[in-house]
Design a binder for this molecule. Structure first.
Ligand SMILES: Cc1cc2nc3c(=O)[nH]c(=O)nc-3n(C[C@H](O)[C@H](O)[C@H](O)COP(=O)(O)O)c2cc1C
Length: 344
């Protein structure tokens, strides 16, 4: 699997998720089997580039390459500037967001709303490619199947984007109108794959190895992108990789390994956000990690009241140590909760 000049170790990608896939989480997913990770989206609004949030998102210190930055916006010139800004800060791949259902930039709908205006969508792609290509930086595009059920134009847009020089296309099998409701469909992804020569990535509702194999078979996609199912379960990438390679299911991870991964993740998280913010923003990752585990919900409630790093680390360590004593391997989460459907 290759994006422009960048050869990837495998075809399992972490989806960009604002507020989730920050650098520490991306690194954890890569460590546990993901072959590629796209950063959280960075706005094309220049006035926000120096905000703490955007500068954290544009900080790739120590991140293994290729570094892929996603940009979002509604104005071609601003998007081109955003691409140049991020390339200057180390981006090796620029991904254009036409997949988010709910992001407003400059009081206009960006993300998947752009799919409704094919001329504007194409102008954005052309402008971004014009600044990125001379610097040897491939441009990729992430989209949905269309605006709504009656307007599923992913194939037309994919063809146009390919002609404009896009190096890879990711398709989430839902329309913009669906948000995160209903089920992802993969026939449109298959149609996109059949219509273009650049690599196509299938995305949407892939939550276990069997589903990954099914989606590959239906779509013929070159790669898979996984978002919500990796929250709290980043080892899903190696589970899928193992299943695709051997046809066998890996046993669940050792509970003590999960404890170690989570504690290391917490330390990276605090290092990026600082203790005051980090202890609060880490709660969601801890909450996802204990979801459906014995005593997990009670632990999550107690843990949410802790606002000091040392105590948070100790509480997480103790919870998983107690769990490890009862269960050498991580127990299967109880209710198979629906994939988390929130949008930043
Ligand atoms: C919390 C959250 C934040 C997201 N942020 C982004 C984003 O910044 N850019 C983007 O293209 N998609 C974003 N998405 C969409 C995901 O990348 C992905 O397309 C979607 O979740 C479907 O994949 P899944 O079923 O594997 O989760 C976000 C999704 C979630 C749940």
């Amino acid at each position: 699997m290759q994006i422009g000049p960048h050869l990837l170790p495998n075809r399992l990608f972490v989806a960009p998720m604002a507020g989730v896939t920050d650098r520490p989480f991306r690194q954890l997913c890569r460590q546990l089997g993901a072959g590629y990770a796209v950063s959280e989206m960075v706005t094309s609004r220049k006035d926000l580039w120096h905000s703490l949030k955007t500068s954290r998102r544009a900080d790739h210190t120590g991140e293994p390459g290729p570094i892929a930055v996603q940009i979002a916006g509604t104005d071609a010139a601003m998007m081109a500037e955003a691409a140049a800004y991020n390339i200057d800060r180390g981006a090796q791949i620029i991904d254009i967001n036409m997949g988010c259902p709910a992001k407003k930039v400059c009081n206009k709908w960006a993300g998947s709303a752009l799919m409704r205006d094919e001329a504007l969508a194409l102008a954005i792609v052309q402008a971004v490619v014009a600044v990125a290509a001379p610097r040897g930086v491939p441009v990729t595009l992430k989209m949905r199947t269309g605006w709504c059920q009656a307007e599923r134009n992913a194939v037309a847009l994919a063809r146009a984007a390919e002609s404009a020089g896009v190096a890879m296309l990711t398709v989430h099998g839902r329309t913009r109108e669906q948000g995160y409701t209903g089920a992802a469909e993969y026939d449109t992804v298959a149609a996109v794959k059949a219509a273009v020569r650049v690599p196509v990535v299938a995305n949407g509702d892939i939550d276990c190895p069997a589903k990954a194999r099914e989606v590959l078979a239906i779509t013929g996609a070159d790669a898979l992108m996984i978002g919500r199912a990796a929250m709290g379960r980043p080892w899903i990438f190696r589970e899928i990789a193992h299943f695709l390679a051997t046809g066998n299911t890996l046993p669940p991870p050792a509970t003590r390994d999960v404890r170690q991964w989570l504690l290391a993740h917490l330390h990276d998280h605090y290092a990026l956000y600082g203790e005051h913010t980090g202890v609060r923003s880490a709660r969601k990752h801890i909450g996802w990690a204990v979801r459906g585990l014995p005593g997990g919900e009670a632990f999550r409630c107690t843990m949410n009241a802790i606002d000091e790093v040392g105590r948070q680390v100790a509480a997480v360590g103790d919870y998983f140590e107690a769990l490890a004593q009862a269960h050498g391997l991580l127990p299967q989460p109880a209710a198979n909760d629906e994939l988390i459907a929130l949008e930043a």
